[in-house]
Design a protein around this ligand. Sequence first.
Ligand SMILES: [Zn+2]
Length: 259
Amino acid sequence: MDFVIDVLPMQILSPKDGPAAEVVNLGGRAAICLVCEHASRRIPESLGTLGLSTDDQSSHAAWDLGAGDLARQLSGRLDAPLVLGRISRLVHDCNRPPEQSDATPERTETIDIPGNRNLTSEERSARAREVYEAFHQLLSDTLDGFDTKPVLVTVHSFTPQWFGKKRDTQIGLLHDASDGMARAMMEVAPDKYKTELNQPYSAADGVTHLLAKHGTSRSIDNVMIEVRNDLLDDDAAIEDMAKTLTPMIEAAIERVGNS
Ligand SMILES: [Zn+2]
């Protein structure tokens, strides 16, 4: 007798963890699609703590502090749909292609991630399938749902110090192939903050994967906003930053629309 053994693919997320991504304000009327890949520090139960200390689990290595709340504020103020990641970037970074080693980093700055060492190809592909692909499918579906071409705006935060070096940039506006939105936002940036183009890093550092995958490929205007996370450390600060960024985004869309 022949036995056929069905091998189920490895499963990382359980129903308890919930989905890898979510959309808020799907009915938002603005032709803007907001995205926050690094909104969550959630590690699926099946992966334990990835070997991280409690402090490291809530550090900037695991997520972009304040970025999810800032993106939600922007979604409300702009009346725009927002796609948020619900799983820590240490499980799989949705802004890195799965074939790259930094999609599941073994080390971030000074923090080791023991649970990402020596991953098997099965483990890698399970993470890519359940986290990365699920996130990008939801974003793709959301972009497909717009009646008119939307502008793609991604929201991130960065740490004030990197390898002991202070970062002076407060707001970074990064672009991939199309620089219209980033340059237009630079033109209307208030003096209140040190706003810089392609700082504290740029496309050359491989950080514009999502912009290229969805923005450049669909020929829609796009920009990546990076806010230094000490400017997002409480609700009032987050609201202030949302009040600064909202008119910048709106004015920039006017400008690229008229160019
Ligand atoms: Zn980020």
